[in-house]
Design a binder for this molecule. Sequence first.
Ligand code: R2B
Ligand code: URA
Length: 299
Amino acid sequence: MNGGSDETDGVIHQANPHLTLNSDDTLFHLGLSTDQNLEEKFGDVKFVCMGGSTSRMHGYAEYLAKELQIQDATLEDLCTTDRYEMYKVGPVLSISHGVGMPSISVLLHEVIKLLFYARCRHVKIIRIGTCGGLGLVPGTVVVSEMVVNEAFEPVYQVFVLGKTEKRPTHLDKALGDEIAACRPSDAGYEVVRGKTMCTSDFYEGQSRLDGAICDYTETDKMSYLQSAYDNGVRNIEMESACVASMCNRVNIKSAIVCVTLLNRLKDDLVSTPHDDLKKWEMRPQQLVTSYIKSQINSI
Ligand code: R2B
Ligand code: URA
């Protein structure tokens, strides 16, 4: 696959020479296949919004249907397996991705193929999720400027044929800026741009002291988190590097929009009351929906 980008036609690049638009293919974990006229069902998709939890992404589909005033949205899960859930509201897909890069990587392979077979163009993929913040008031939304790994390198590391490859994690700056600019002046929370650290684990990977295994001291933890902060990291989550890298490779613009549930320079445990968490989880959804509305209205 050439994987190059084409600013003019917005076509999704085929990054696998073994596939063609006419391939007989099964999207195993979505439970879809190319014999189902994917172009008719999905050809108008322009935005793919992803978040970890199935109920949150179902709720997001309901919210979108209301906000975009789409009366005939069916709001039924389009995946025929129980690995992920996918809803289609007009030109937007709302999909759950589970926890971590292995889970979202499998999903993205199949979603990108779906978009390719459906001949979608000018698609944007946006992760709307949760994260730990660094030095931010909890409830702040971070629109990632850049994604780095646990060693603060802007790469997504994958094993291919038994060897590690480091792939760039470039995000579309203009897209991030446009989303961040959608914060209403009376939002009641801040939206910041900063580096996002993507880790392969929630506990040791994010230097928590409360996992089942921990061989470091509180001083070690604080010194690592402080050096992340000093490197410009403002939040920590578990999928952004994979999203950025895979989207890059196939000419899809991507953005990462996450609400901070706690300040990791203070806490390990998320102890925010449930009702507040539910309100905070809506913030990335509201911001991204405003952005989507502005795009739809300007077409
Ligand atoms: C944020 O929250 C989840 C872990 O609790 C993970 O999916 C992530 O990136
Ligand atoms: N998600 C993460 O990955 N880390 C946190 O601290 C909170 C949510």
